[in-house]
Design a protein around this ligand. Structure first.
Ligand code: FES
Length: 288
């Protein structure tokens, strides 16, 4: 249940490794270690023509430092700019975090398969997210909300370790107010000011207990959350084909050449990053 992509469409100079130049237009602090960047291509023609699917990713580079893959976290239905979000964890992510408005970055992509909207249409959708794992889900959530009539019920169950670790608070507020969306927010442990729900995402999912009838669950979060969420969904009656996740495992080249991202006999960059649980369930506990 995944989309398809044509990676050749937006090649810079006909070279798969050559990035397009993009300009950072806005930086948002999501949590102490996570930032969202809004950006646009320098080339006006590319800005107009560029398209992607929710769930696809790009390779983002800081010149002289290196590049790293992140999903495009904005929705193709809102195309005046593109967004990606990242946690500061290494050399490239630290260098990206140091960039401000007006800085130039490199972008290659879009890569990967993305979510197949055709196969989600007419379904009840259950989004289960943790921490920065909401980034790829939010692209799809906005995509679905912007085409609300094509989908049935929308449940969003989202959690983070603490209130300070909740990402995209501006979206969470909007979705909470949206009467066509059932939004449930939880934190593993609240602080003095937290009046909301406490509990791990898989446990809260079990309490909310969305029906599996005509439903698809889309899951993204820390590996431990993903591992504990699938058994809960199975208990609720979801089949492995009704569960989708998106992975970001050790990706490097992004185009199926370096062999760093294999999970079983699949390449995350080329065959994913969106997979059904049916595709990955034999590898997920040992490899992810
Ligand atoms: S990232 Fe290089 S083969 Fe997948």
């Amino acid at each position: 249940m995944t989309g398809v992509t044509d990676t050749k469409r937006f090649l810079a100079g006909g070279n798969v490794y050559l990035p397009h130049i993009a300009i950072i237009e806005r930086v948002i602090d999501e949590t102490p270690g996570v930032r969202t960047f809004h950006f646009n291509f320098k080339d006006e023609k590319l800005r107009e023509e560029f398209t992607f699917e929710s769930g696809q990713f790009g390779e983002y580079s800081v010149f002289g430092v290196g590049e790293a893959p992140f999903c495009i976290s904005s929705s193709p239905t809102r195309s005046d700019h593109l967004e990606f979000a990242l946690q500061r964890v290494g050399r490239v992510t630290n260098a990206l975090h140091r960039l401000g408005v007006g800085a130039e970055i490199g972008f290659r992509g879009p890569y990967g398969n993305g979510f197949s909207l055709n196969q989600l249409q007419g379904k009840n959708l259950v989004f289960v997210g943790g921490g920065i794992g909401l980034a790829p889900l939010r692209s799809l959530i906005w995509n679905v909300i912007d085409n609300r009539g094509k989908y049935q019920n929308i449940d969003i169950i989202y959690g983070a370790r603490s209130p300070a670790d909740l990402c995209f608070n501006y979206d969470l507020d909007t979705w909470e107010k949206d009467k066509t969306v059932n939004m449930v927010i939880t934190v593993d442990k609240g602080d003095e000011s937290w009046t909301g729900r406490e509990g791990f995402v898989p446990a809260v999912l079990e309490q909310v207990a969305p029906s599996a009838t005509n439903a698809v669950a889309i899951v993204c979060g820390p590996p431990i959350m993903i591992r504990f969420t699938f058994p809960v969904l199975e208990k609720l009656g979801f089949t492995p084909e009704q569960m989708i996740t998106t992975l970001e495992k050790r990706m490097k080249c992004g185009i199926g050449k370096c062999g760093r991202c294999n999970i079983g006999n699949l390449y995350v960059c080329r065959d994913g990053p969106v997979f059904t649980y049916a595709q990955i369930k034999d590898f997920i506990s040992s490899e992810y």
